[in-house]
Design a binder for this molecule. Structure first.
Ligand SMILES: Cc1cc2nc3c(=O)[nH]c(=O)nc-3n(C[C@H](O)[C@H](O)[C@H](O)COP(=O)(O)OP(=O)(O)OC[C@H]3O[C@@H](n4cnc5c(N)ncnc54)[C@H](O)[C@@H]3O)c2cc1C
Ligand code: SF4
Length: 438
């Protein structure tokens, strides 16, 4: 798969300073690794993949030199096979389930092999397209859920039009994923691949602002809501509003996409939170050369919700945990942030005990993202659950409005790219069945 249009993103973005965590395999390395696979009949790796890629088969095809066949096996289960190869938490999914792990041996490097097949074998021509059905589907948001859904719909013969509010498509695959796993340009290459299947993407179209739900329902036979999550949660403490305190997802997006974004004058940073976004942001700050990076978390290390393997790597890279601590104030000199006042937390709740203040120049808040409740409510019959997720049939994504489907973070509350891909594809098949029946 080729890199995205090089003109799409300006040069001088901070993310360009990162090296890839895992370099691409050479053909020899891929062959050697593929030959270690036992091609298990009841492959546990395959069961652990939310898209159920036939891993044993695609690896066997690499071993026999059939890279196009290998890519076809991957794509027939997961149209986002290129990004999933780079960003999936394979340690807890396919590779974590490989039979080698049970024997105390190194698992097959499934992610790296998948990347090898996709880089050298994938092309849109591998996939068969059904004749034009004359039906059309409108998809809101150009993140992984909509991309996987739209690509599948296009292959099933339907017109698929994605409306994306940002200027750059790809959702968090482009704007959120850590650059050492996948840079924005690579995410855009996958968007181009989905376009090549016949999907139309209109950027700068925000449903609820310059495009109405009613217009979309009139224009299309069915709708897919792939809207993801909303803005970062705010830090509620005196002094928190102002320069130097940012939502982590927003900061990461600017680090990846905005050439004007800079870290000048930042030598001490704190990230608030204990999940994967907090760990990513802290590692990114260290990777960009900030010498002092602290993770401030209200509970203990064992209770952090981020992946253990990611946290272990963050510690090795020099990120330091300040556990059982809550921010009571952001202390400023004029407008500039210079410290965080902290109190001790017990079971995540504040106590009266003050801790030493933490000197900082920058604070990133990674304590969660809001749900886009108002947007979902624009579609008649679409309901939310008590956590603000869009209520839908988990196997089809069909909401309370039979013509409106959903998937990805908006439905699951925030999981992984591979879950968004799986749910988007499931919804596409359900939409296809609905259109066939009408
Ligand atoms: C910082 C960060 C790092 C992550 N790292 C990883 C990782 O390494 N591996 C992994 O597997 N997962 C990772 N994830 C999770 C993963 O990115 C998400 O699960 C996935 O992107 C969800 O896809 P989605 O399509 O549901 O939503 P999104 O990717 O959020 O896409 C939603 C899209 O909808 C658009 N949109 C919203 N409202 C409107 C509107 N009104 N009109 C038009 N468009 C709209 C948005 O602009 C966006 O482009 C990470 C998440 C974050 C926050
Ligand atoms: S479990 Fe491991 S050895 Fe078996 S098919 Fe999967 S990758 Fe190959």
């Amino acid at each position: 798969m080729k890199k995205g249009d090089e003109r799409a993103l300006p040069e001088g973005r901070l993310e360009e300073r990162f090296e890839e965590k895992y370099a691409a395999y050479s053909h020899g390395e891929a062959l050697a690794e593929a030959s270690r696979c036992l091609y298990c009949v009841d492959a546990p790796c395959m069961r652990a993949c939310p898209t159920h890629i036939d891993i044993a088969t695609f690896i066997k095809k690499i071993a026999s030199g059939n890279l196009a066949g290998s890519a076809k096996t991957i794509l027939s289960a997961n149209l986002l096979g290129a990004s999933c190869a780079r960003v999936c938490p394979v340690e807890v999914l396919c590779e974590g389930s490989c039979v080698y792990v049970a024997w105390g041996r190194t698992p097959i490097a499934i992610g790296r092999l998948q990347r090898h097949a996709m880089d050298h074998g994938a092309s849109p021509e591998l996939l068969t397209k059904k004749p034009d059905s004359g039906r059309s589907v409108g998809l809101i948001g150009a993140g992984p859920a909509s991309l996987a859904c739209a690509g599948t719909l296009a292959l099933l013969g339907h017109r698929a039009v994605i409306y994306e509010k940002s200027a750059v498509p790809g959702g968090l695959n482009t704007s959120g994923v850590a650059p050492y796993k996948m840079d924005a340009q690579t995410a855009l290459a996958e968007v181009d691949f989905i376009r090549a299947l016949g999907v139309e993407i209109q950027t700068g179209k925000e449903v609820g602002r310059n495009l109405s739900a009613g217009e979309l329902l009139e224009r299309h036979d069915a709708i897919f809501l792939g809207i993801g999550l909303g803005p970062d949660s705010r830090l509620i403490a005196p002094g928190a509003d102002g320069p130097g305190v940012h939502g982590a997802v927003d900061w990461i997006a600017r680090m990846k996409l905005d050439p004007k974004h800079s870290l000048e004058g930042v030598t001490r940073a704190a990230v608030i939170g204990g999940g994967n976004t907090a760990i990513d942001a802290a590692r990114e700050l260290r990777g960009l050369g900030v010498p002092d990076v602290k993770l401030v978390y209200r509970r203990g290390e064992a209770e952090m919700s981020g992946y253990e393997h990611e946290w272990n790597e963050a510690k090795q890279e020099g990120v330091v945990l300040v556990s059982n601590a809550l921010v009571s104030e952001v202390v400023r000199t004029g407008k500039r942030v210079n410290a965080l006042a902290l109190v001790r937390a017990e079971a995540g709740n504040p106590t009266d005990q003050r801790l030493d203040p933490l000197p900082v120049d920058l604070v990133l808040v990674a304590t969660g993202q809001a749900k886009l409740r108002d947007l979902a409510a624009l579609f008649h019959g679409v309901q939310l659950d008590s956590k603000g997720r869009i209520s839908a049939d988990s196997s089809t994504g069909q909401t309370g409005n039979p013509r409106v489907f959903t998937g990805g973070d908006a439905m699951n509350g925030g999981k992984e790219v591979v879950n968004a891909a799986a749910e988007g594809q499931n919804a596409a098949r359900a939409i296809d069945a609905l259109l066939a029946a009408r």
